[in-house]
Design a protein around this ligand. Sequence first.
Ligand code: FEO
Length: 163
Amino acid sequence: MMLSQTMQDAINQQINKEMYSSYVYLSMAAYFEAQNLPGAAQWMRKQSAEETEHGMKFFEFLIERGVRVGLQAIDQPPTDFGSPLLAFQEVLAHEQKVTKSIHDLYALAVKEADYPTQVLLHWFINEQVEEEKNASSVVEQLKMVGDSPAALFMIDRQLAART
Ligand code: FEO
């Protein structure tokens, strides 16, 4: 069964959203390096690499389904994120937007009785639960830091351990 044009367009769009996410997190990695927080920068590099993998999952899926992928321009990400707490709050807000976008895709796949796309999206639905949980746990830790450099230093070391 061929993917509908609407579904093709929506998945092409989602590839762009994942690649933009990758770019935003890479920009956050650069921001954290400039703030002398190499652990947070490492966390963001890892996050960025995962987003590229997400984009590639959709990319390969379209190709498997015989669809011509049409890559679109990636927007320029912000370069300043205000503070570590604001940056991670931005991660959480961004992931919540991505979750909404994945859920919208799923609703479309259900409407179109497109079962293979639903199966692909099950992975993403689970992944988004994990993504939101990870971001919100760092937000909560950073809220506890307040303006203690020592506590921030400890959290940065912990963030470096993300594999
Ligand atoms: Fe690709 Fe962080 O969702």
